[in-house]
Design a protein. Structure first.
Length: 177
């Protein structure tokens, strides 16, 4: 059963978030004249902590800022950077908007599909990489550009993209040792 629009109940002390993030949320809602204004930062912080926005996370955020779950879902489905499903350890976002497209962004995305063996919004079987074709990521002067998690990479070629993916793969291997 998916929660779509439940009544907001008073906040309890139970939380699915870490104590540090729960405290951050408590402070965040005091920084805005309307509690609802803290919604997008809370969604981003929650996603960073648990990897995606689960039904439980959405419900708790709605409760914390005293809006309905449907109100939260209406916002999170508008923004492509917010996810309701888990992604790989490295979320590779290839820009194919006009500047990047004119400088090889579409070809770079297709190269990534072949190299990783996955398509748009898919994850490699090992859970290491996810791939997305995205609109502008604000690096038009350095096109084509890719964002991996929060890291930007620009002026890429298929060869430099291969090296970049290999670097992430090696870093993941070192972290696991």
């Amino acid at each position: 059963m998916t929660l779509t629009n439940i009544a907001v109940t008073p906040k309890t002390d139970a939380t699915i978030f870490s104590p540090a993030l729960a405290a951050r949320f408590d402070k965040l809602v005091t920084l805005y004249p309307l509690r609802r204004s803290a919604l997008i930062p809370m969604l981003l912080y929650a996603q960073d902590e648990i990897g995606h926005l689960s039904d439980a996370a959405i419900a708790e955020i709605a409760q914390r800022i005293q809006i309905t779950v449907l109100d939260v879902r209406n916002v999170l489905t508008y923004y492509s950077m917010l996810r309701t499903r888990p992604v790989g350890k490295f979320n590779v976002q290839v820009c194919t908007n006009i500047s990047c497209m004119l400088r090889g962004g579409q070809e770079l995305f297709e190269h990534c599909e072949k190299r990783l063996g996955i398509g748009h919004k898919q994850t490699t079987p090992d859970g290491l990489f996810s791939l997305e074709e995205v609109e502008c990521i604000g690096a038009c002067s350095w096109a084509p550009a890719v964002q991996v998690n929060y890291d930007f990479h620009d002026n890429l070629t298929p060869e430099s993209m291969d090296a970049l993916l290999e670097q992430y793969r090696n870093n993941a291997g070192q972290a696991g040792q």
